[in-house]
Design a protein around this ligand. Structure first.
Ligand SMILES: [Zn+2]
Length: 487
């Protein structure tokens, strides 16, 4: 008879002190007492199994499966936490915790157990680091806490499920969130200052997006530097012009539909200089219409590159570009009335699956608020996933439409910003417009208004049949604007 030797395949992170499994080699055949098996460890009960990809989702509590909760995403790294209790029958010896996932290598952790696991103590649970490749279109798993013993001594409470595997639905398909960083060189003060685009910094941006967005992977690439000689101040002056530039750049690059552009720049040498009297960190247009996908052309945002705030500003602004409104923390204008948790809190336990830092639900706030100590709430995470299913996965081939772009600044001044191609049928806030062509043709049409998130004003797209436009007339917030498009 042979021992069943558990291969030590993958030592993940450990709540438990780690030792390698010994190879017990071959036992003598048939004589002597039966060789020991690995059986459910005495005095040990698996009380709860939960999986975290950013946020906690319970899989089992007190022996029963739990339905629903935070959606799982295929291909996304995870941590499975096993909460246990021990009683006097557990003698304090080493056990082997084993996670099996159909289609993936089993993962084992060897160590000793304490009395009881608790929610807020990461080291009180058995923590399996599960690579994204093990999370398929469904998750079929089993967990056992094992020790050597006779079959008759098996403790059923140390296995879940009792036999076979349990299947859990994986709602989110594998998908990659793609971002192009567009650095701008700040020439307005003669400095030629560029934001830090070192490999390490770009990687830190990528990691932050990966922590907060329900995706299998994040791809960040850096575009060539764009010189910029107009002033960008801390109160938002000049930002709109950069927004129009970015809008045009996205179209001019013929960027794939699922790509988000993020402009990054440093108008002063340091954050403290820049923000000495308060400041704007980032801006975009709320891309909430139609709700499931938004506008392809509005998949852009911009912000400052100061390391104190750059990554979170990017994650926040790209959140608006995913159609998310503000979480009510730190006093944003018009917080999302649907946001379910008080004070913009994240609502459920979060976990950084790399550092294993826990995020208590009432102490940490959502990335779409203005507070510090941010993570992502279950509400925002699910909304990102819904948007990502529609945006990040298939290429969206909408018809292109020629439009005249009109910018409305914070003082109510409208300016003509040229002609562009806008993809898809335009949706959003309707603006009655009238286009007069050089040959006298007059076309009444509906323009669409998109508001800046952190600035007054916004952008209007007015569909045109061709570019022989003499004047554009439109009414915005009760004010009639007449714009001449030509010289
Ligand atoms: Zn915002």
């Amino acid at each position: 008879m042979k021992h069943r030797v558990l291969p030590f395949l993958y030592a993940a992170l450990l709540a438990l002190p780690l030792v390698a499994c010994s190879d017990d080699s071959t036992a003598p055949d048939d004589d002597g007492p039966p060789a020991p098996q690995y059986v459910g460890a005495k005095g040990v009960t698996i009380r709860e199994v939960s999986i975290y990809q950013s946020l906690k989702r319970q899989l089992m509590v007190d022996g029963a499966p739990v339905e629903g909760g935070v959606p799982l995403v295929q291909g996304r790294d995870a941590v499975i936490r096993v909460f246990y209790d021990t009683n006097a029958d557990y003698a304090g010896g080493e056990v082997t915790a084993r996670l099996e996932i159909a289609g993936a290598d089993p993962i084992e952790i060897v160590g000793t157990l304490d009395a009881s696991s608790s929610e807020d103590q990461i080291n009180s649970t058995i923590n399996f680091s599960v690579p994204g490749a093990a999370i398929g279109a469904s998750l079929e798993y089993s967990i056992s806490i094992l020790e050597e013993g006779q079959t008759a001594d098996d403790n059923a409470a140390a296995h879940y499920p009792a036999s076979g595997t349990e299947a859990v639905a994986v709602d989110g398909p594998a998908n990659t969130f793609r971002v192009i960083l567009a650095p701008f060189r700040y020439d307005a003060d003669g400095s030629g200052r560029e934001p830090d685009m070192s490999e390490a910094t770009v990687e830190s941006y990528r990691q932050r997006l990966k922590q907060l967005y329900p995706v299998s992977n994040v791809e960040v690439t850096v575009r060539e530097v764009t010189p910029w000689n107009q002033e960008l101040d801390a109160f938002g002056n000049g930002w709109q012009e950069l927004g129009y530039e970015l809008y045009g750049m996205r179209a001019q690059d013929n960027a794939p539909d699922d790509v988000y552009y993020y402009a990054i720049f440093n108008p002063s040498a340091s954050f403290n200089q820049y923000c000495s009297q308060g400041c704007l960190l980032g801006v975009t247009l709320l891309n909430a219409d139609p709700p499931d996908v938004g506008q392809v052309d509005l998949r852009f945002a911009m912000g400052v590159g100061y390391p104190e705030y750059a990554a979170d500003t990017m994650a926040h602004e790209l959140g608006h570009a995913h159609g998310r409104e503000h979480a009510d923390c730190g006093g944003p204008d018009q917080p999302d009335p649907q946001f379910p948790h008080p004070g913009g809190q994240i609502g459920v336990w979060g976990l950084d699956t790399v550092s294993l830092e826990l995020k208590p639900p009432t102490l940490i706030t959502d990335i779409m608020g203005y507070c510090d100590n941010q993570w992502v709430s279950d509400y925002t995470y699910s909304a990102f996933l819904n948007r990502g299913k529609n945006v990040n996965l298939p290429r969206w081939h909408g018809p292109k439409q020629r439009v005249a772009l009109v910018g409305l600044d914070g003082k109510g001044v409208a300016t003509f910003g040229g002609f562009r191609d806008a993809a898809m049928g335009l949706q959003g806030k309707r603006v009655q417009s009238r286009v007069t062509h050089h040959d006298g043709r007059v076309a009444p049409t509906d323009g669409v208004f998109y508001a800046w998130d952190h600035l007054p004003g916004g952008m209007v797209l007015v569909p045109v049949s061709d570019e022989s436009v003499d004047t554009l007339e439109l009414e915005l917030e009760g004010v009639r604007h007449v714009l001449h498009t030509g010289p």
